[in-house]
Ligand binder design. Structure first.
Ligand SMILES: [Ca+2]
Ligand SMILES: [Ca+2]
Length: 225
């Protein structure tokens, strides 16, 4: 009996120690501040013949936790693109905060592999990247690759955060991530605290046509101290 009491006391002391360590680190996590646009369709069509396709969750995406103070640091920032003269829309619309699906809210880039690069203007620690290609109808975009780096040419401190190019037709290596159906929730990628100033997004057409579209990209981060 005496032995049990001693063990119990030690467990309590250890637990209290752990709790005080957690509090002393003062890392407060809060759900990401994310205003979602109006959904344009309900459910997922079954006729999308796409390999390695993620099953829909069937419910809203769970809250994503980030350190307190984390904001969309891409809002209003400069965007560069492989297609400087979009067929529809302007490149600036990709970081203007408008995530609606309607005509007048999306940018249409040319066919085949196209990219957009956001210059955050300074170095940030990134926790989540959320982007909307198109959500007026259910589509899957191909060769979606997302990279962060310190320089615009993506040569220094490059991290590939997402790659679903399953056949390596875009040359970034075989992507292990899954295809997904675009919805009003956008695609959220866990950036796991990588650092960088530039975030680059690639795609190579979609299940509907060979063109590439962007409505908005958001980078949730904190300034690098
Ligand atoms: Ca926009
Ligand atoms: Ca491919």
């Amino acid at each position: 009996m005496k032995h049990i009491t001693k063990s119990l006391r030690m467990i309590i002391i250890a637990t209290l120690g752990l709790v005080s360590i957690l509090f002393s680190q003062d890392i407060k996590l809060v759900p990401i501040k994310l205003e979602l646009p109006k959904p344009m369709f309900i459910g997922t069509p079954q006729n999308l013949n796409v390999k390695n396709l993620q099953k829909p969750l069937g419910k809203p995406r769970p809250a994503f936790l980030v350190p307190t103070g984390t904001e969309n640091v891409a809002l209003g920032k400069t965007v560069y693109s492989s297609d400087d003269f979009p067929v529809i829309g302007e490149i600036e619309m990709i970081t203007d905060g408008d995530k609606n699906a309607a005509e007048g809210s999306f940018v249409e880039l040319g066919p085949f592999l196209q990219d957009v690069t956001v210059d955050l203007g300074a170095h940030y620690k990134m926790y989540a990247i959320v982007f909307w290609h198109f959500h007026k109808q259910a589509r899957v975009y191909f060769d979606v690759v997302v990279q962060a780096a310190d320089d615009k040419d993506m040569t220094e401190n490059v991290t590939t955060l997402f790659n679903n190019d399953i056949d390596n037709s875009s040359g970034f290596g075989i992507g292990k991530d899954m295809h997904y159906v675009e919805t009003s929730e956008g695609k959220l990628i866990d950036a796991k605290g990588v650092t960088g100033r530039y975030v680059k997004f690639y795609s190579r057409g979609n299940t509907n046509n060979d063109l590439n579209h962007y409505i908005e990209v958001a980078v949730y981060g904190l300034p690098l101290k």
